[in-house]
Structure formats: structure tokens, C-alpha cells
Design a protein around this ligand. Sequence first.
Ligand code: C2E
Ligand code: CA
Ligand code: CA
Length: 696
Amino acid sequence: MTGTKKILLAAPDADSRSLLRNIFHDNTALYEAGSSFSALMFLQRNPDTALVVLQIPLRSSDSLETLIYIRLSPWLINIPIVALAASEDEKSRLRIQKLGATEILPWPTPPEQLQQRIASLLQALPPQTGELPGSLAHQMYTLSQSASCGICVYELLPNHTIETIFFNQAYARLCGRTTAEYAALVTNGTALKRTIYTEDQPLFQKMIESMTTSFQPVCKTIRLQGKDDSIRNISLTAKAYAKFDGHILFHTISLNLSSPASSASSLSHRALGDNAFDPLTDIYNRETFSQETTRMLNEHPGREYMLVLWNIDRFKVVNDLFGTPVGDNILVQTAAHLRDQLLGIGTFGRLEADSFAFCLPADLFDLDRMLKEQIRLCSGFGIQYNLMMHTGLYLTRDPHIGVSQMCDRARMALSTVKGNYIQRYAYYNEDMRQTMLTEQQILNDMHRALAEKEFVIFLQPIYSLNFDKPISAEVLVRWQHPQLGLLPPSQFIPLFERNRFISEVDRYIWELTCKYIARRQQEQQAPLPFSVNVSRENLASPTLADELLALIRKYQIKPFLLRLEISESAYIENPIQLIRTARHLQEVGFKILLDDFGSGYSSLKMLKDIPLDILKIDMNFLEDIEQSSRAAAILLGVIQIAQRLNIVTIAEGVETKFQLDFLRTTGCDNIQGYYYAKPMPVEKFDQFMVNPPRML
Ligand code: C2E
Ligand code: CA
Ligand code: CA
């Protein structure tokens, strides 16, 4: 349609529009807009508009806004605007001119005069390019174009689409495009889709949607994608400033966070000196991280910060398997990743070996994204090994907590998930601190406890189902702690298993048990075997049998009175060793019990391999039988197999009559559980045995 020129008539008042309509020639395509929003929407879709006639009623900020936005949009800046100003006041005319009107005519103007001006303006097309000297809009435009941060103005439409109204050169650059290339994307409506990293589009949309309810600025880190798929992290601040008929105008300011590493770090090097940096990764070392983080926190008192600790899982294995250079490269890449993500918004450093820390304002931290990024990072190391990281998080609320203490707390949180394949992060909480303090106290006190005889034994009767009376008992350790009270094994055995102190505690418990058995013998009580727990640590000891033999000799008791409970987990670790040890112990006369059968990885093969006398069936078998007929069938099956193999069975954790009645139908030999008796102190056990309750 050559020759047909698009003209936009923007006038808030319908009467004026119908008046003006008549003055245009036939060879023009006339479009009308009643508000700045519809005017801008039109222009945005029709950047080839030849002329805008803009009516500016008295005190109309709406029309002035239209003027400003036209002049702020790089692709609209050259469209001539005829302003029809109602005000005759010289100052407002000047303002209109400064804002970028090409021509100002009074309103109303006689139609012939208006027609003439419009005709000559249209004829003069294309207009002189660019320059609108002296106009405020032009100045703003120039300023925004030379700004190093990205500036965009958008409109959120009632149907939730986002239209770009204005962008500056720097923003196009952030998107890896020239202004013309980005403008082309805007015109065909694909700018956001093509330049915001796909995974971050929902985040961007969510951020923008939040503007429907608030005028507060929101800040997020998002990724922009260049033509060549290169990715830049930007910090994007968005703020709404006008809402109208479900339309929302807002602008964004974007800062590049992924500046080239070298320039950024050399800058800091100059300021801080070389030994402030970790020589391998070129990011802060522990001391500098601590100093710089302290400084950041002090500069923004009252703001919430997130301190995050990363630890590479089994990094030592990676070093051993692939060599130190590969390990080093992983550390360097991790540091580079942190630099890309955090430069300009927070502090980051390598604390030691495979442990990194960073700290940033809490409102800029996005856990989901961090976890995704972490996986992406780990999968990009290019090694045939499923490398993963664990994360500890600490949110600062208290400005008085020092950075090193913050790191300690994040580390505490991290230690709760270390080695966990499913849960890979944890936030610090106060309970953790309490647990850690208690654990620390337990570790500090353990040697004293042994010397001061604070470990005591509790006995839990094991009943025969055939005779309905106790035929044995299990010996269970308790710690009579002077400050913490009576501690159950769950509070210290796992710690002792880790630091191997368990083997000393076990020996001590065996000795107490033998002493007790000897006392019973002296008191001429009926012989009753007692079973003690033998930890994995001791099972691995080649002198185990000798030690136990020395013990029963010392107290002059028969070996069958001391039964040994060994756990199936030892079988998993070293089956050959366990089989050998168990056989040896059996040969010298001890009875072997396989503990917790069914709690872990037990297999029926174990029953065949391990020389054992008694099978203790774990309580989790029993827990389900009431609900699940399958669980009941499995339990029955296990008991029947044991019977065929001539292995005596003990069902652990019998708590209810239902369970007891069921077990009777299965042919199970013995039971241990709260239904009959809980573990009790020795004196109480003595009394209990005088007249043990029957349950038939
Ligand atoms: P375990 O060897 O499986 O011991 C049985 C545990 O089940 C005991 O917990 C006992 O109190 C509990 N129990 C017994 N009947 C029931 C019941 O009906 N319901 C429930 N819910 N629980 C029942 P305890 O005494 O807390 O011991 C926990 C674990 O600590 C033991 O599990 C054992 O693995 C370990 N342990 C205890 N004493 C020693 C020890 O001297 N040396 C070693 N190495 N480990 C020990
Ligand atoms: Ca046991
Ligand atoms: Ca058990």
C-alpha cells in the first residue's frame, strides 16, 4: 500500500477525535487511540506510523506520558508528533516541546490550518533523522543509550503477555544482540522468548505477575541467552509504575553479573593483594572471604543474608581415581561458577580443600535454582563419575554472629546431610546446635564415663513361647550421665561407632555381663544365658575370640551362657571375615545370634552362609503384619526357613497381643518385646526373675 500513510490520532476526548477525523486525506490510514496505553500499544505494533497527532488537554499527564514513551523508544524516536495543546501557557508549551513534540499547535486550531501543517509534515517525510536537540526525551534517550546497565520498559497486558515498549542499547548487548537485532525480535514478538533462558522464563513471568499486586521493586538473578547460546547472569530489578484497565507499565534495570573473570579478579587483586586469594582458584581464601563478608554485612545492617557452604562429595576419591590435575580442574570450575553467579551480588571463596562458601542477600537467593545449577555444574566436569555436592545453609538474622560462626553453623547443617544421596542440602536450625553441643559433650565425656563406670547394663527378658517364661535376656547399655541423665544407646552408640570408641564400651559391657553371670552362679540361681551385642569394630578384630575366652575364664563361666549378637551389616561389609569369625566363636562354644535380621540388606543367602544358632527377626517385620497380609506371609516364611535350617528364632519388638498371637501361629520359638518386659536395671531384673509374669 504505497502512498498510504499510517497516522495515529491520540486524543482522550471522543468529541475532539470525531472533529479531527475529518481533516485527514483519503490516502492516509487513520487510527485512533483514546489513552496513552492504546496509543503506545498501537505504535509498538506499527513502528512505521508516519505521524502522531497528540491532543494534550489541560493537566493531562496521560498525554505527556505518551509523548515521553514515544521519544524513549529507539524505533519510534523519529515519528513526527503534532501536539495539540490546550494550554496557552508558555511554560507548558515549552515543556511539551522539550519532551519531544515536533510541532505544537494550540487546541482548538482552525481545521484548515491544521490540515496544512499536517500535510507539510507528511510531505517532509522521511523526517530528518534522530536529532531532536534540546528535548528532555532526547536527553533521556541518549543517557539511557550510553548507560552500561540494561533498561527496558514493558507493558503487561490483561491477557498476561508482556510487550516491550522500550529498551536501551546495553540491554540488547546483554542479550547478545545489536539494537537492530533486538528491535526485530521485539517487532515480531519473540524478544523475551528468544533472549531469556528457557528455564528462567517462568521466574521472569512470575516476577512480572507480582507487579499486578504491588508497586514494590523486585530483584532477581536471571539468565539471558545470546544468539550463540552463550549465557549471561543478570541481576534484574523490576518495578511497576502505572496501572490502567488491567494494563501495567513497568520498567526493569539489568546489571551484568558475569563480567569476565580476569578483569574482575585483577581489579580486586590490586585492591587486596595477592595473598588474599586462593592461589588455585583465584577466588577469596578463607580469611578474605571472612573479612569481605563481614564488611558486606556491616554495610547493610538489618538486611537478611544467606550464607551457603558447598562441599564436594567424596572429593578424595575423585583425586585418587582421576589424579590431582582433574581434581584441581573441578575446583577451578566450581570457583568460576561461583564467580559467574555471584560477582556483584555477594561474596564467595574457597575455605579449604573441597569446601566453598558464599554469602548474598537472602532475597536474591533462590534455592531451587542453586540446586539445579549445582547439578548442571557437576555434570559438566566431564569425568566418568557421579559427582555431587552437599549444601549447608545459614540465614543470618543476628548481626552479632561473626562470619566464622555463621560458617560453623552452615557446616553443622551440611554435616547432617553429608553422604546422603537423596537429601543434599539442609538449613541450620537451633536444634542442630543443641544436638551438636550434646554430641560434643558426649565425645568429651566418653573416656571419663568409662573410667568412672557411668556405663551400666539394662536387661531385657527373652521369653520362650513354648514355656511362657524367660529363657534368656539381652544386655543393653545405658549411660548414667551426671548432667544429661540416663542416656539411651541411640544417643551415643552411633557416635562411638564412628570414632571406634564402641569397641571399648562393648568390652566393658561384656565384662559387666560376665561379672553378673558369675554373681548369679554364686547365688546359685538357675543358669540363664545372656546375650551381648558385638559391634562391627570388634568383629573385625582377630583377637576377639581370645579376648572373650579370657573373659569367661576370668569369671569362670561356661561359654554357652554368653551369647553373642552380631549384626547383619557386618556381613555386607566383609562376609568372608564375618563367616570365619563366627565359625571360630562357635567352635569355642559361644552361641551366635544374628541380630536385626530383615532391617537392612539381609538376604536368605546369609542364613545359609553364616554359622549361627539363633536368628533375631527385626521388629520392623512385626510392625506391618496388622495392616499387610503380605508382611505376615513374609514373616511366616522367614520363620519356616529358619526352622528347616535348625535355627532358633527370636522375634524382636513384640508390643501387642495381636503380634504375640500371630507369632504363636507361626512356630516362632522366642520373643523379646515391651509386651512382656522393657529393658530394666539389674536389681529390677533380679526381682522380675523371682516370679516372672506369664502371658498365656
Ligand atoms: P538391638 O540390639 O536391636 O536391641 C534391641 C532394641 O530394641 C533395644 O533398644 C530395646 O530396648 C528395643 N526394644 C525391645 N523390645 C522392644 C519393643 O517391643 N518395642 C520397641 N519399640 N523397642 C523394643 P535400645 O536398648 O535402645 O538399644 C538400641 C540399640 O543400641 C540396640 O539395638 C543395639 O544395636 C545398640 N546397643 C545397645 N547396647 C549395646 C552394646 O552394649 N553394644 C553395642 N555395640 N550396641 C548396643
Ligand atoms: Ca541386639
Ligand atoms: Ca535387634
